[in-house]
Design a protein around this ligand. Structure first.
Ligand SMILES: Cc1cc2nc3c(=O)[nH]c(=O)nc-3n(C[C@H](O)[C@H](O)[C@H](O)COP(=O)(O)OP(=O)(O)OC[C@H]3O[C@@H](n4cnc5c(N)ncnc54)[C@H](O)[C@@H]3O)c2cc1C
Length: 396
């Protein structure tokens, strides 16, 4: 028994070596740059179809990320089809939406589709474990620095090694070293947004997601598994620059909304320090660049205000994986057809939604417009519902 296991492991290592180091013409392989929601789900779908797949991720699981951790219910059929809906974690189901203006005036609205809450720490780790179990190879704590395409083959350089692939999926999120390497258009435009996230213990209804506005930003609050609450906000960097610390800014600016002040004052903060990210850009991107097939935020990021970036990341991983699997099944793999089909499908599904999200974000960037919009949405329900509808997709 021990010998058999030993032999099988040896055969598996040799096979991997042959696939990734020496090109076997009939066995095409995929390298995924980035192991967030979209990268991990692409790996799960490709390995399920027996396509040799490597995921290169610059961090190590499990880890926290800046994210509101509210997942739109449009993803539920897809997650169930992969047996990945985290039923056993008992995630809170969110069906109501509270919107408050800067002075705390607020309204609660029903959410047509709704969503559920789960921390990225837990969910990404669950996806990682599944991908690994299905046979995906992981290079962790490795950052891809370069990726070139020549004679129908990709050559990748990471922090410590070099690899080759037939297809490369760009799942490196909103902003990465890869964007600079590829000299993508948006990377030179500076973005003024900073994201901050905490997990807290507080008294917040399980079925409610709140969006509280403050000058130069907005803060989302909703529950995740384990009776914890996610508090995550996006703010203009000027807010932080004008104050000595994040905490000082929160007290000086965010506390002007009495609902936010009450939450900050009556909660136990579970992190030693907040998770933060800066330079969050909502500029348009392309779904294919230098033959790299981009998925999730790397293809285009919707404003967090819309609360469905993760749903879009999952949906783009689904359409991309299906196309790769179809194309690999043919005797004559045609890259041009794969790229064309992906760009067409991606545009049809996401281009309009991203545009709508950007227009809504613009309204929230300016104090006067933001106050007007929030007050209108609070008083005119159909307007709020129109905004929610315009930024969300259908279940997939
Ligand atoms: C403030 C804020 C709040 C949000 N709230 C919500 C919400 O409530 N609901 C929702 O649906 N969406 C929300 N989003 C959006 C959501 O977080 C993203 O849409 C989603 O994480 C995109 O997944 P992804 O796989 O594309 O990228 P990510 O999850 O960002 O993963 C990218 C991965 O690539 C890795 N990486 C990057 N470069 C390299 C490299 N060169 N080599 C190797 N690895 C690399 C990174 O370490 C990372 O793990 C929010 C976003 C922000 C900023």
């Amino acid at each position: 028994m021990f010998r058999l296991k030993f032999c099988l492991q040896g055969a598996f290592i040799i096979l991997k070596f042959l696939i990734y180091r020496i090109r076997i013409p009939f066995l095409k392989n995929v390298i995924i740059i980035g192991g967030g929601i979209s990268g991990l789900l692409t790996a799960i779908q490709l390995t399920s179809a027996l396509i040799p797949t490597i995921v290169i991720e610059k961090k190590n699981y499990p880890f926290h990320r800046v994210c509101g951790e509210y997942i739109s219910n449009e993803t539920v059929p897809f997650l169930r089809s992969l047996d990945l809906f985290p039923e056993n974690l008992n995630p809170p189901f969110i069906r109501r939406f509270q919107l408050s203006s800067m002075n705390g005036k607020n309204q609660i609205l029903p959410l047509d589709l709704g969503g559920f809450g789960i921390s990225r720490y837990t969910f990404d780790n669950l996806l990682y474990e599944r991908a690994k179990m299905l046979g995906a190879t992981f290079l962790l704590n490795e950052e891809v620095e370069k990726c070139s395409f020549d004679h129908e083959r990709f050559k990748l350089t990471t922090t410590s090694t070099q690899l080759e692939a037939d297809v490369v999926v760009g799942a490196f999120g909103k902003r990465s070293k890869m964007d600079m390497h590829l000299q993508r258009n948006f990377i030179n435009k500076r973005s003024p947004y900073v994201g901050v996230k905490y997990h807290i213990k507080t008294d917040h209804s399980n079925d409610l997601i709140a969006l509280h506005n403050f000058k130069g930003g907005y803060c989302g609050i909703s529950n995740v598994e384990g009776d914890k609450t996610n508090l995550c906000y996006l703010t203009h960097r000027d807010n932080i620059r004008q104050h000595k610390s994040i905490r000082e800014m929160e007290e000086a600016i965010m506390f002007k909304n009495p609902l936010l002040k009450s939450i900050f004052k009556n909660s136990q903060f579970l992190f030693n320090k907040p998770e933060t990210i800066n330079e969050i850009s909502f500029e348009t991107k392309l779904p294919v660049e230098n033959h790299i097939l981009m998925t999730g935020d790397a293809a285009g990021m919707i404003t967090p205000l819309c609360g469905n970036g993760m749903a879009m990341a999952m949906h783009s991983s689904k359409i991309l994986s299906e196309l790769i699997i179809d194309e690999f099944a043919k005797t004559n793999f045609n890259r041009e057809i794969l790229e064309k089909k992906y760009v067409m499908k991606w545009n049809a599904l996401f281009r309009r939604r991203l545009w709508f999200g950007r227009q809504v974000q613009k309204l929230f960037g300016n104090e006067w417009a933001s106050n007007l919009t929030v007050n209108l949405a609070i008083n005119v329900r159909p307007l709020a519902q129109l905004i929610i509808k315009g930024t969300h997709g259908k279940p997939f």
